[in-house]
Design a protein. Sequence first.
Lengths: 90, 955
Amino acid sequence: MILLPCPHCGPRNASEFRYAGEASTRPDPNATTPEEWRAYLYIKNNPAGWTTEKWFHRTGCRRYFTAERHTVTNEVRETRLPAARLESNS
Amino acid sequence: MSRGALKTGKSMRLGRQPGEVLDRSRQFVFTWNGRKYPAFGGDTIISALSAAGESVFSRSFKYHRPRGLLTASFLDPGCNVQVGDEPNVRGAHRKVEPHMAASAQNAWPSLRFDVKSANRYLERFLPPGFYYKTFMEPQRLWPLYERVLQRFAGGGKASPDAPHGYYDKRYAHPDVVVAGGGPAGMGAAVAAAEAGARVMLVEEEHELGGHLRWGDEEDLAALRRLGEEVARNSTIEVMTDSVVTGRYDGNWVAVSQRSLPRVEERLIKARTKTLVVAPGLIERPYVFQGNDAPGVMLSTAARRLINLYAVKPGERAVVLTANAEGDAAVADLERAGVEVARVEDARNGGDIGRVRGGQGAREVECGDGARIECDLVVTATGWTAPTSLLNMAGDKPFYNPAAARFFPSRLPEDVLATGGIAGDGSLDELLEHARATGKEAARRARGIGAALRAGIPQSTDGEEAPQDSPVTIPDLPVNGHLELFRGRTHGIVDYSEDVSSKDLVAAVKEGYDSAELAKRYTTATMGPTQGKLETVNAMAVIAEATGRSMEETGATTWRPPYAPITLGALAGRNFEPVRYSPMQPWHERQGARPLVAGAWIRPDHYGDPEAEVRNVRKNVGVIDVTPLGKLDLRGPDVSELLNFLYVNKWSNLEVGKVRYGVMCAEDGVILDDGVTGRLGPEHYLMTTTSSGAAGVLEWIEDWLQTYQPDWRVHVTPVTGAYASINIAGPKSRELLARVAEGVDLSTEAFPYMNVRTGTVAGVEGCFMWRIGFTGELSYEIHVPAAYGLYVWEALMERGADLGVRPFGVEAQRVLRLEKGHFIVGQDTDALTQGFGAGISWAIKLDKEDFVGKPELVWQGERDGYFRLIGLQPHDGSVAPPEASQIVEGKTIVGRITSSRFSSTLERSICLGFVAPHLAEPGTTVTVQLPNGERITARVMEHLAHYDPEGAKARG
Ligand SMILES: [Zn+2]
């Protein structure tokens, strides 16, 4: 089982997390086309190599974060929490 | 000899041996195939039987040939036996116990006379792939084939009544795991421990020591010294009768631990920093005609029998030796009083042609054609490196033809190898290598541990990675060895699967000319020994048949588990957490019939669900709806969040109001539904379906954290914090009025779809919602969980004269079906987009944005979707089973999603999905029942069959 470094908790067993899919960008819902929207829903790159994905630390801090993982070696080279735009105000 | 009498055949037991594992002060009796046999403490099932002169322990898998002892170890393919209701026990490993009832597997009617051994004479009719080719067509005969195949399939009998034993699970975080407790493993463990590491030393056999255990006086003395060193180091955890079954990503190592008191087996999941692989070497059988006859065994088997178990392996032996182990076996045999009739030395051209003998070896035809009578044939033709764990770590071991075995090539930083798998040499040389490896494993473990700790954010552990330089690990010499795989005749390659070298040659001829293909076609290496004995021989035979080299042929893939592990150990302890509401004791006292609903156990009914329905319609009923998902939402942006999550509008919801909402996913498919109320300007309580509670919370957290991180909303799951009770029926207001304080319940002051906070039965801080899932006047109250049972009992007591009765999930399902409320996941499925479920009134496409909006826009334009409709069979006495199909001729045009007999309406009522052209009210549709019969039903104007205007709930 791979160890996944949660940016909040540090390295933890992958079983503590839910894989939330390849990172994707939500198209503008009022301007999108069926092709673009369904690519967002269903079309995944699934490369043999580096990929950017979303994980959820379900039984830990319950943070969603982005991870860059190599799908062949399972090496994780970077994880980061989503940018919180309000943080600068606090 | 009568059954039950002690078996008193010719004893093969020797006098006391220096390294024997027997406790001769403990002598007892066990049974084998119903007969009594003597044994000493420390005996295995097979050693005790061998000592009593038995030599046939099973019948082979395919041809039902008699099989004896080959390796005298865990691996021994002919020694799988049944012990009580436990099948496939490794008889040459499992220690025998007093009164143990062991029996042979795969033999019918008896071990000596086996009807199915006729297969042997049919051998030429059972070519590889026979079962694939023969039992294919015609399809209709498959049930018959299945019975035939089951009869012939190998293995013991699993009892359907076997109790689930206690299987344990443990998580461990050692610095170093040493897989293999021979001299190299022991040396590595000691060196690692002395370098400060916490070590797990895992050994498959019952004792540490490996080949030293069945060696000479010098070996035994070295073993004693090593044993003392291990014992001196308290940071070494020794596990015997245990095996590392797999190595996974991140050095996640699985250990199966057996022989624990009162535990059947324990699965240890060890996240180790480094793994030292030290499994030693496995002696390889030699392929020749008759190589599976009882009495033909490996040199290590003969030495183990003599030195560990004080058993004389036979009376008259022929030995084929190509190495020192074979030479040592000759010496051991002679010392044990076995007449060694001939030693064939392969290093000088010696060989074995074939062995004759049905029930056991009778005669050997030697390489020079000489025929020698004997009952024992011992072979020492080389070694297989069990590289399994190395392969699992990503290594691709290479074949060295000069040594006739595989060696590690490139290991990851966190895996090291030592002992026989790494090379040869004297015991001192091996130990020097092992100690250096153990020390280096400890050093790397420190570095890996420091890196792990450094990965913890805000860690105050200022530890820096150690800067010490790597330990120099000396090279081990590699002894030359002849490449001896198959002699001049064909014989068995895979003893477990009964695959011969002839079968492999035939497979290659049929085109299965790669190792992986031939393996699957013949099933070679796929039996209980999982390649440890037969992989290299199979490779050699395929190489020979294809004219390729061993390197070109390559071995088949080693996969976990390295050794068998029981399903019980994988399943772990038999426990599954369930959730109960605080009112559960009351339900149990009332004899409620439990219903498993996800993680919850809740009352299905209290004996008569129809009466429960009638009482709700006539008087007042109460139902425990605690499993309802509840989320507490606070913050200035909650209404914006709700607007985004639900398809309907929330910005205009006033304090004190509740609203029903539907959530769709980004694909427009209905995800969940429920009622959400505004308790204060910045405080809401959301309810979700019981089964959707956890998923909806995760979903909301996702949107809040990754899509709208600016929104100021706190989400707190409070499902278990409140006990929830629905009070439903024309007398519900009267009942609630008797217990509620500080709330005006009049319909003017507390109208339909409103929420109030107040005191119920003296309990403060209760939420009261006026909503109506059942279609009657009803109130849902959420009470702090600790008071749930108290409030429930107060309602029962105070409402007795009103006729209050509890109702369960079944009655609620009927009530809501009468009202036409759909259940997400039952009346909708993974393809049901919003408009299909009859909630067009709720979907507000004019909102700027909400989850799934584009799909709903397109669905609305498309208009060709199936629709949820109310249905009533013309024959009101028939309630078609749920999931019955709606058909037009041979075409499926819909399905029944919910169906019940309504005692209120005295007829059957349904919800269903139909194609758009059938959705008009008044249409007659055809429903096909599971028995093939067809009935007709009428499409109704509303989903609700009862009070479609909703006057009762609003009253
Ligand atoms: Zn975390």
